[in-house]
Design a protein around this ligand. Structure first.
Ligand code: PEP
Ligand code: MN
Length: 344
């Protein structure tokens, strides 16, 4: 249920409503928009239905949230969400996340080399995997804590916020120590314990769409994080499985306007995992900006043939710089800003 407050509702009236809802064991979520303040009411349907919500001073209207996701819906928050990743990098609300780095962190020297190149090209968030979800248990699984330390050190040296994947609720505390943001991978999109765990942190979470997940499934997973208290969720489309094996996955670009109509969370596109092909990544990166995405996530490696994972789909730093140049032009056309990562 959404409580729409009168434009002149006072802070005391809002506090009073929140208190009363707490007493009823309901969860009030206050959303202060530019024009209006709304209070989303989450909890048991019967209790909500019977609560005298219209009777509170300051209330103008009470409406059901029709979507199965509540806090993620535009009904709850009309304005686009915007989150701070650190080092001056905002994402959403017209700010583009340019996330780049190798699939896996291999050693400090290689990560630093790649990070320098992508930052010079205009990337504003450095990414590298320390915990890698691999199809085979015999493949390189990532450097773990050692990798996190390297990522932090390189991020600090270059004054860039960093993001890395967390695969297990037991890793959340450790990753929280070293990374500015969490990535939840496609394979873990419905690991509900993991979603609730990152939901209790205060860092942005980039939630990747599962390879067989519907848009609705993705939004319900985002809702788990929001419901646990963390409002900073960025959705990531990385392609879904299809019958066509000519690309690694099938990039669902229509999900951007599709989701944006109903949901206020920023959306990043990952053309690297979506296509698996360096020859297709640049055009899909540009199409992502044109489709209204809030960022693009691209895997880059200075020596793809030596990469320990996903080398076949990595762009070379020069190729990344070229597509970044084109994305900058498109960003201007669409009145978007690419924040520059700088000193904290
Ligand atoms: C990755 O980002 O390296 C990755 C494993 O992606 P996904 O979870 O989308 O497969
Ligand atoms: Mn990868």
């Amino acid at each position: 249920m959404i409580i729409v407050l009168k434009p002149d509702a006072t802070d005391e009236q809002i506090d009073h409503i929140v208190e009363k809802l707490d007493d009823l064991n309901l969860r009030p979520e206050v959303s202060r928009g530019i024009k209006r303040t709304l209070i989303g009411v989450i909890g048991e349907e019967d209790v909500i239905r019977n609560a005298p919500l219209r009777a509170f001073p300051g209330v103008e209207d009470v409406m059901p949230i029709l979507k199965p996701y509540k806090l993620a819906s535009r009904e709850f928050q009309q304005e686009d969400s915007e989150f701070n990743f650190g080092h001056g990098v905002k994402v959403g609300g017209g700010n583009l996340a340019m996330i780049a780095g190798p699939c896996a962190i291999e050693n400090e020297e290689v990560l630093l080399e790649i990070a320098r190149e992508v930052k010079a090209a205009g990337a504003n968030i450095l990414r590298g995997g320390a915990f890698k979800p691999r199809t085979s248990p015999y493949s390189f699984q990532g450097l773990g804590k050692e990798g996190l330390k390297i990522l932090r050190a390189v991020g600090d040296e270059l004054q860039m916020p960093v993001i890395t994947e967390v695969m297990d609720p037991r890793q959340v505390e450790l990753v929280d120590k070293y990374s500015d943001a969490f990535q939840i991978g496609a394979r873990n999109m419905q690991n509900f314990n993991l979603l609730s765990e990152v939901g209790q942190t205060h860092r942005p979470v980039m939630l990747k769409r599962g390879m067989s997940a519907t848009v609705n499934d993705l939004l319900m997973s985002a809702e788990y994080i929001l419901a646990a208290g963390n409002k900073e969720v960025v959705l990531c489309e990385r392609g879904i499985r299809s019958f066509d094996s000519s690309t690694r996955n099938l990039l669902d670009l229509a999900m951007v306007p599709n989701v944006k109509g109903n949901c206020h969370l920023p959306i990043v596109i990952d053309p690297s995992h979506a296509t698996g092909r360096p020859d297709l990544i640049p055009s899909m990166a540009l199409a992502s900006i044109a489709a209204g995405a809030d960022g693009v996530h691209i895997e880059v490696h200075s020596r793809p043939e030596e990469a320990m994972s996903d080398g076949q789909q990595a762009l070379l730093p020069d190729q990344y710089a070229e597509v970044m140049q084109q994305m900058k032009t498109l960003a201007e056309v669409f009145h978007k800003t690419i924040p520059e990562a700088r000193g904290a």
